[in-house]
Design a protein around this ligand. Structure first.
Ligand code: C2E
Ligand code: MG
Ligand code: MG
Length: 641
């Protein structure tokens, strides 16, 4: 083998490597081993280039007799060049996110090329048996150099395969690019072996390093633009590595309360300034731990066990949030909900931990602003049950095993059933019957309510059309719709599309909505209700008397019916004050010209009194529980012709 040496390629390679180093220095580094190994690879590669140039100049000075200095630089050149392949193997092992400490086979497979490298290199330093330097021919490799090349190829492929096997941390796309550029380098080495005139391999490696930097090491893809904190993706990667290495840690999440209000009141720019300030404050809380941006208004602080006192950190957070955050003479008070999760006590996998973390956040938010919750104080069984229900609901939606029951509603004037309420039923093989009171809020939180709502509405429309409802005394079916559904931009179109499909008339549908404190898109909700109302669909306000600012709701929306909550009805029969309230409520609602449905009618006494005070419709077990579609179809009366 004869390698001609050409320093133009080396100068270009050195320039590229220096640019990478400058970029690394200019940006914030991600404090993980992978960054350090990449940095080391760059430095070692620069050493390769430097040695290669020095060797070349020594050889040209020496004329025909190659001196000891040239051998010295050539030795270093080979040592660094092949050391870099070992570093690359380690780099890829780190990308796998797995620790092979407990995997003896992987450990051996990793150590074998390292030992082979150490043996071959040290032997070369003593006996110069890897190559011969010739002033005219350049570097003449021996068989040993071929063996070293084999070791390098093995190391590179082992690293790639190991990372591919555990393709969780790194995306498939990135891994493919890394594989391609690695194959490019290997191909370059092979070509170099035959084309000895130009020494270009350092240049190829430098280009590969530049691509590697761009796709895998460029911190701008990992850091949050505003706060310069590491984002959730890298947080998950770091936690995964710690979990694989069984390094115990605590995680404190602080979630700013009502941060949307800050954005709305002071503007997004000021919101960003506040987030930046909170991020800076979080950075002061730890010297050895790490800070991440967990969500748009949430931060995570990872503390290693035994290094920092979690109570002290929590006290500092509490104390800081007692004071306002100042910017341009503006003082803004922020409050935060804080949770603490501990690995491995609260979960021994990343997914398990994140599940607990999200549930704890939800729980803490329910406790009220400013609360601090330790996961150890939460009943995690409740979370697991909720998860099981979530899964049961997902299954039921997938296999369409949800059922829609109907509870007939009695018309006190016409003395027959003139409507019915559609009520969804979920039965699970393992969990048994699950009440909608339990699974509807879960469906709302997880977004499944949209699919569920459409399913129920479609079933109702199908029922109306199959049973020729217009020929019976049943004028319309009441369908519960969640506010989450009504706030969707395409809600109106979806409803109308389903009705058209089954040729259902608008007056055969009545949509029930329950008042709620958490309306995020009031304008969309109002406009959707208006649009459907203008098409002839009527609306009911459900559970009146159980909630909040009920009168505001009645004024804001065009309700045709108000449904009195069952507790309001029941209380009236137990307590005189509640009875007076009910009587005057009915009177007031009559004045407002709406129809009244009393829910929860269970006894004859209730039925009589409620019709006497003026309720137009009665619904309850006194008449019928919710029954299957088939049972309901059987009791519907045909219209007298
Ligand atoms: P809701 O809309 O107020 O429905 C009335 C609830 O009272 C039903 O409970 C019904 O079975 C129950 N009920 C009716 N009469 C009596 C009675 O005389 N005594 C007693 N003790 N209970 C009576 P259910 O079916 O468990 O539904 C609970 C809630 O779940 C509903 O309250 C509604 O808010 C929600 N829901 C049910 N189906 C759907 C649905 O398809 N979509 C949505 N978004 N929510 C639904
Ligand atoms: Mg209802
Ligand atoms: Mg109700």
């Amino acid at each position: 083998m004869n390698l001609g040496i050409n320093s133009h390629y080396d100068i270009a390679a050195a320039s590229i490597l220096l640019i990478i180093l400058l970029m690394l220095a200019a940006k914030k580094t991600i404090p993980i081993k992978r960054s350090f190994i990449f940095f080391s690879m760059c430095v070692v590669q620069i050493m390769v280039v430097v040695c290669s140039v020095l060797m070349e100049s020594e050889m040209s000075i020496a004329g025909h007799a190659v001196g000891i200095k040239a051998y010295f630089f050539a030795d270093l050149f080979f040592a660094f060049e092949y050391f870099c392949t070992l570093l690359f193997m380690y780099y890829m092992l780190l990308w796998s996110g797995k620790s092979f400490r407990s995997d003896k086979f992987a450990k051996f497979m990793f150590l074998a090329p390292v030992l082979a490298y150490i043996y071959i290199m040290s032997d070369n330093f003593l006996h110069h048996n890897l190559y011969v330097l010739d002033a005219e021919m350049g570097i003449i490799g021996t068989k040993r150099l071929l063996i070293l090349g084999g070791v390098a190829i093995y190391a590179v492929l082992f690293g790639l395969i190991y990372a591919t096997k555990h393709v969780e941390i790194i995306s498939f796309g990135k891994l493919t690019v890394i594989t391609l550029i690695t194959l490019l380098v290997l191909a370059g080495m092979t070509v170099q072996y035959f084309l000895t005139k130009d020494f270009f391999i350092n240049y190829v490696v430098a280009i590969a390093m530049l691509i590697l930097y761009e796709i895998a090491q460029n911190p701008s893809g990992i850091l949050d633009g505003n706060t310069q904190l590491m984002n959730r993706q890298i947080m998950e990667e770091i936690l995964n590595i710690d979990i694989a290495n069984k390094e115990n840690f605590d995680l404190i999440i602080i979630a700013l309360d009502d941060f949307k209000i800050v954005n709305k009141t002071y503007g997004i720019e000021m919101g960003d300034v506040m987030l930046h300030q909170v991020a800076n404050f979080m950075n002061t809380l730890t010297r050895r731990g790490k800070v991440f941006r967990y969500g748009s208004d949430q931060f995570a602080l990872q503390l290693r066990h035994g290094h920092e006192d979690i109570d002290e950190v929590l006290d500092t957070i509490k104390e800081r949030f007692r004071h306002p955050w100042i910017y341009n003479e503006l003082a803004i008070s922020l409050s935060t909900t804080t949770i603490c999760v501990c690995y491995p006590n609260d979960g021994d996998t990343l997914n398990g931990l994140i599940e607990v973390l999200d549930y704890s956040l939800l729980y803490a938010k329910r406790q009220g602003k400013g609360s601090v919750v330790f996961t150890k104080d939460i009943d995690l069984n409740a979370m697991r049950k909720e998860k099981a229900i979530e899964n049961a609901l997902a299954e039921a939606l997938k296999y369409e095993t949800l059922e829609v029951y109907y509870q007939p509603i009695y018309n006190t004037e016409r003395n027959c059933y003139t409507s019915a309420e559609a009520l969804v039923r979920l039965k699970d093989e393992k969990l048994g019957y699950i009440s909608p009171e339990i699974f509807i809020p879960i469906a709302e939180r997880t977004g499944r309510i949209l699919q569920l709502g459409n399913f129920v509405f479609e079933k109702v429309c199908e029922f109306i059309s199959e049973n020729n409802l217009s020929e019976t005394t049943i004028d319309y079916i009441e369908v519960n719709v969640s506010v989450v559904q009504c706030m969707q931009e395409n809600f109106v179109e979806q409803m109308l599309e389903i009705m058209n499909k089954y040729h259902v008339r608008p007056d055969q549908i009545n949509l029930e909505i329950t008042e709620t404190a958490e309306i995020e898109a009031l304008a969309t909700l109002q406009s959707n209700v208006e649009k459907l109302h203008s098409r002839g669909i009527s609306f009911s306000l459900d559970d009146y008397g159980s909630g909040y600012s009920t009168l505001g709701y009645i004024h804001q929306f065009p309700f045709r019916i108000i449904k009195l909550d069952k507790l309001m009805v029941w209380n009236a029969f137990e307590n005189e004050k509640a009875d007076i309230t009910l009587k005057y409520t009915v009177g007031m609602l009559k004045e407002l010209n709406v129809d009244i449905v009393a829910e929860g009618v269970e006894t004859q006494q209730q039925q009589q009194r409620l019709s006497n005070i003026g309720c137009d419709y009665l619904q309850g077990w006194y008449y019928s529980k919710a029954i299957t579609a088939g049972e309901f179809a059987n009791i519907i009366e045909r219209k007298a012709s």
